[in-house]
Each structure stands twice: as structure tokens, then as C-alpha cells.
Design a protein around this ligand. Structure first.
Ligand code: UD1
Length: 420
């Protein structure tokens, strides 16, 4: 195992290149199961999660070649319908092979992903949508088995208690591409990653309209073909670097990034006094010496992303004054509070909210990463802290941030990766 050692207090400056979006790549890789032809995907970040998806596709019988940021998925015969527990349980994104396997083979047996540290994370909406398309579902030994000779297009309402679901929308949309007739998904997730998946499916010959809005209309086709596609930039990685600059009161430039995917964050940061300026496909962050505390609630896109909640909290923890951070998507996603408090933060949880009493004095400490975005919050705190911070279990960070230590070193941070 490895740890990250950070010497706090070094201002950031210069440029950072943003990688391809992890949460777009995972379903796009799963979508290659819908065709026997070859698909080439560009701008794929080298992450533990993308490697896990490559392993899963190989275990299902696909060839997966990885060359720098380009992944080529091709066929070597019939694929298997069984997605194994070992691979699906390590990464929830794996569950989105359900829709493509069912649509392509008429049967899919996929391990249930289970809960994780950020909450219960049910899959009822995935099942509801797949069932609505006419599949018979049963559960056996921790697996969901879905069967249908021919899926049938239909009208589906896919909203849940916390609003839309990103991966349920992805699963149902992928299944519907090969269903007979028209499928209308209401309360579909509007996240850019869902839109990107739809654009990839269209490149494969799917007929989809309304992606990026709460109503997606899919007209089933008989067959999908190969595609060559470039994935969108990762808005969560971009948001994390912007928040790092805010925490360090630094000015940096982000390259290869989509400003319009970051509206909610930009809005909140402007309220706090941080300037986030669009320049072609770049973003310039300009931070004053002092910033103001602001409150924010996590909501489905275009609302403030839950995947930036922990990082935003780290910045507010170092901003004198009170802010309230509420997560309506994952009301239990607060594992980082205890670790941030060990670094001198003053944060109290109340139900689905955190009350942050900002302080100037954050200091370095050994801390434990509990999940991907919580690790990023600890990294932000470590960069701004007085003294040295050691983040243990950084494999969480490597699930979602490509070469984060190298990118930070280029920006002037003192960060090193060491063996435990
Ligand atoms: C995706 C992202 C994850 C992000 C999340 C919310 C990937 C690989 N992961 O996860 O990084 O934090 O979106 O933006 O893209 N829900 C149900 N029933 C379901 C499915 C979800 O009630 O069947 C609930 C969840 O518990 C949660 C909310 O819906 O409260 C949103 O979750 P969802 O959008 O499904 O998250 P994921 O797609 O799993």
C-alpha cells in the first residue's frame, strides 16, 4: 500500500491538464458490449476504476487494448452473460453492464454491487427500468438475473426518492437502444456523463433524442456498430483543482475543461469571492487573500455535485465564518468530517447537513482516506495545512484521479507518494 505525504503551505501556480471523465468512460466502456464490432475510445484516464472495467470486459470475453489514453474494445467470439461478484463489488460503476448484456444476449447475470462507505446505494431504479422494458427479473445468491427474448420499448418514470439516478438512466438507455419500438425515460438524469454516453451510443448507430434533459426518447434499432469516440473532460477532477486553488488562495489555469459543466461550483465560488474565468477550453482561477463562507446543497445536475461536497467542505473549513453544507443525494456521505476535524477543522454533522465553523488554523496530521472524494478533501486540507500531512489508503484517490501527485507537483505543491 502507498501513502501520500504532503508538506502544506506551498502556493499553487501554472497549468494543469484535466483528464477524461471517469464517470463517462465507465458506462461508455460497458456500452461496447452492445456490438460485436470494434470500438475505440479516446481520452480515457488511467485509473484503478477504468482498469477494473477493462478487467470486467475481458472476463466477459472481450479483447481490451490500452495504449496511452486510448482504449480499443473488440470481439473474439460470443460474450458471457455473467458479471462476477469479485469485479462488480469493487466498483459500483460495473453494474452498468446489466443493460447492455441483457439487450445483446437476452440474459444477464450481474452481481449486486452492495452498499459502500458513502451510503446504502440501492439499485431499485435500475431494476424498475429493466423490468418495464419487459425483462423477467429474479435474485439468486447476491446476483440479479434478467431475462428477455426481446425487450420492448415503453414509457418509464425513473425518478427516485433522491431524484434521478445517473447509472440507472445509463443502464435503461443502453438496454432500450436494441429494444423494439420507442422508449421514453422520464425523470432521466441530466448529468453530462449521461449525455456523453448517449452521444457515444448515437455514434454506434443508436437513435436517441433529449439526452441532457429529463426526458430521453430512444427508438430501438436492430443492431449497433463500432464507433470511434472522445470522452468529455472530467468535471469533478476540474472542480477539485479549482477548489485546491481556492484553498491555497492561488491562481492557476485548467486546460481541456468544459466551463458550462461547472456552473453550480462557479456560482458558489463567485459568492465566496473566487473568480473562475472561461478562456476558450481553459479556465483561469483567481483567488483573493480572503474568501467568504457560503452554504450549499448537493443536488442532481445542474445542481451542485455531491462528488464535490467533501472538497468544498475542506475549503470552507479553512474559511473563517459559518457555512452549512447539505447533501440531498447521499445524506450519509460525511466520513471526511472526523478526519478533517483531526486536522483542526470544526465541523459538526446534523442529519444530512454539516455545520462548518471555518478556522484559519488547519494543521498537518496522519489521516485515513475513506473513499474517493473524501480523500480529495483530505488532500486539499493537507495542501493548505501548516506542517506535514500523511494520507493513508490512497488507493481510493487512484480510483478517480489520474496521476494526481504528478499534476500537483507541476503546480508547485510538495507531494510525494511513499510505500507504507
Ligand atoms: C453516479 C456516480 C457517482 C455520483 C452519483 C451521484 C458513476 C460511476 N458514479 O453514481 O460518482 O456520486 O452518480 O451524482 O457515475 N438511487 C436509488 N435507487 C437506485 C439508484 C440510485 O434510490 O436504483 C439513489 C441513490 O441512493 C442516491 C441517488 O439515487 O441517493 C443518486 O444516485 P445515482 O445517481 O444512482 O448514483 P450512481 O449512478 O450510482
Amino acid at each position: 500500500m502507498e501513502k501520500l505525504v504532503i508538506e502544506g503551505g506551498k502556493k499553487l501556480q501554472g497549468e494543469v491538464k484535466i483528464s477524461g471523465a471517469k464517470n463517462a468512460v465507465l458506462p461508455i466502456m460497458a456500452a461496447t458490449l452492445l456490438t460485436d464490432e470494434t470500438c475505440t475510445i479516446h481520452n480515457v484516464p488511467k485509473l484503478r476504476d477504468t482498469m477494473t472495467m477493462a478487467k470486467l470486459l475481458r472476463s466477459l470475453g472481450k479483447n481490451v487494448d490500452i495504449e496511452k489514453d486510448c482504449v480499443t474494445v473488440s470481439s473474439k467470439g460470443e460474450i458471457s452473460y455473467l458479471a462476477d461478484y469479485k469485479l462488480v463489488s469493487t466498483m459500483r460503476g460495473s453494474f452498468c453492464v446489466l443493460g447492455p448484456l441483457l439487450a445483446k444476449l437476452g440474459i444477464a447475470k450481474v452481481s449486486l454491487p452492495g452498499g459502500c462507505i458513502i451510503g446504502v446505494r440501492p439499485v431499485d431504479l435500475h431494476i424498475k427500468g429493466i423490468q418495464a422494458l419487459g425483462a423477467k427479473i429474479h435474485f439468486e445468491g447476491g446476483y440479479v438475473i434478467a431475462q428477455s427474448k426481446k425487450l420492448q420499448g415503453t414509457h418509464i418514470y425513473l425518478g427516485g426518492v433522491s431524484g434521478s439516478s445517473v447509472l440507472a438512466t445509463a443502464n435503461v438507455m443502453m438496454a432500450a437502444t436494441l429494444a423494439a419500438g420507442e422508449t421514453i425515460i422520464e425523470s432521466a438524469a441530466c448529468e453530462p456523463e449521461v449525455e456523453d454516453l448517449a452521444n457515444f451510443l448515437i455514434e454506434m448507430g443508436a437513435r436517441i433524442k433529449g439526452h441532457g434533459s429529463p426526458q430521453i426518447v430512444i427508438s430501438g434499432v436492430k443492431k449497433l456498430h463500432g464507433a470511434d469516440y472522445k470522452v468529455i473532460p472530467d468535471r469533478i477532477e476540474a472542480g477539485t483543482f479549482i477548489l485546491m486553488a481556492a484553498a491555497m488562495r492561488s491562481n492557476i489555469v485548467l486546460r481541456d475543461v468544459r466551463y458550462n459543466h461547472l456552473s453550480a461550483l462557479v456560482d458558489k465560488l463567485e459568492e465566496a469571492g473566487v473568480k473562475v474565468i472561461k478562456e476558450h477550453n481553459m479556465i483561469r482561477v483567481k483567488t483573493n487573500k480572503t474568501i467568504k463562507p457560503v452554504s450549499v446543497t448537493m443536488l442532481p445536475y445542474p445542481g451542485f455535485p455531491t462528488d464535490l461536497q467533501a472538497q468544498f467542505m475542506a475549503v470552507m473549513a479553512m474559511t473563517p465564518g459559518i457555512s452549512v453544507i447539505t447533501d440531498k443525494i447521499y445524506p450519509d456521505r460525511f466520513m471526511h468530517i472526523a478526519e478533517l476535524n483531526r486536522m483542526g477543522a470544526d465541523i459538526r454533522r446534523e442529519g444530512s447537513s454539516a455545520i462548518v465553523q471555518g478556522t484559519k488554523a488547519i494543521y498537518g496530521a496522519p489521516v485515513m482516506a475513506s473513499d474517493l472524494r473524501a480523500s480529495a478533501a483530505l488532500l486539499i486540507a493537507g495542501l493548505a495545512a501548516e506542517g506535514t500531512t500523511e494520507i493513508h489508503r490512497i488507493y481510493h484517490l487512484d480510483r478517480g484521479y489520474e496521476a494526481i501527485d504528478e499534476k500537483l507537483a507541476k503546480l508547485g505543491a510538495k507531494v510525494s507518494r511513499e510505500k507504507e
